[in-house]
Design a protein around this ligand. Sequence first.
Ligand code: ADP
Ligand code: MG
Length: 397
Amino acid sequence: MRTIIFTGKGGVGKTSIAAATAVKAASMGFKTLVISTDPAHSLGDSFDLELGASPVKISENLFGQEVSVYGDLTLNWEVVRAHFAHLMEVQGIKGIYVEEMGVLPGMEELFSLSYIKRYNQSKEYDLLVVDCAPTGETLRLLSLPETFGWMLKMIRTLEKYVVKPVIRPLSKKIGRLQELVPETEVYDQIEHLFSSVEGIIALLSDGAQTTVRLVMNPEKMVIKESMRALTYLNLYGITVDQVIINRVFIDEIDGQYMDEWKSIQHNYIEQIERSFAPIPITKVPLFRREVLGLEMLKKVGEVVYGNKNPLDIFYHEEHTAITKISDGHYIMKVRLPFAFDNKMETNVLQLGDSLTLRIGNYQKGVILPLFLAGMRVAEAIYEDQWLKIDFRKKEAT
Ligand SMILES: Nc1ncnc2c1ncn2[C@@H]1O[C@H](COP(=O)(O)OP(=O)(O)O)[C@@H](O)[C@H]1O
Ligand SMILES: [Mg+2]
């Protein structure tokens, strides 16, 4: 199944372009599902109809869904929620907050990812279009499986070696302890959710299946956020195969007032072209009215794709490469565009066979191929958008 993820700053037109892409693909005969993972859903509004927590048929070949943690019946949130609410109560935290705390932070994003995996496994659709939350949350979403993968291992190990054999029997005797130890079902539910996103990074970073399309407007802050997003997406090995500049003023819009705006936009469009090349860039004009309903979405789909197939992969490039220089000397290159421009701090930390690359606040763990694991990082230089990490054989001591 092909998966296309749309992201960008809030309000740039992600939902409109995602919906238009789905309409276009469906009209070409591809069975398409468009899902919104932004808790502030507006996908339904875009189609001008009510969508729910499971796929609703919109038209021939076209289905839509607004993902909701609460709409899923295979997950018993109440058990998890009640446990954490209880924990807070034990800590002396009371009141509305405990009751209102629906889910733990990060859970909604994690849950969205589990849907991407589910649909990829079910093979029910030819295309899955994901209308994501604004860039920041999307990036958080992508970094979650790594964090949670580690947490899941911890939780499993703890439950198996500590909680089950030691604490649970003890807690039967010590009342206070019993209050803190979760029921096995709490573990089961957390485990259920975590394992539902295992392997998701492999799926998302398979550039032959999944690509991200960045939607932006020709505005300073928007461009900056998108550049940062591209760096992080690269870091996670995720392919960005198209940049869409939305709300471009066209020549028909005139008058001195607008001319100034047009020239401002012109400069930013040039900046986008310089910065994001060679990723293909598509311009979408500011329409006369809001993008609402099937007819309008069809029009937008035509503007974005013309006679191209939206399922095609418009651009693909390698993110990491390893080159042997000589015996005991390798260079690993990781492409991180803009990291330098944005003056984000770059750090490389090696621990056994794992390498942690840190840029700004984000970090990525890389498991090294065996032949590199026994070597040490001698140097890391950032050059021409590539982080070049120099591996040397450890000297015998
Ligand atoms: N090219 C465009 N011309 C006119 N209106 C647009 C265009 N793109 C988006 N819109 C409108 O702008 C608003 C925000 O778009 P939306 O797709 O919901 O953005 P996002 O999902 O990024 O928050 C919507 O009302 C939408 O109809
Ligand atoms: Mg939206």
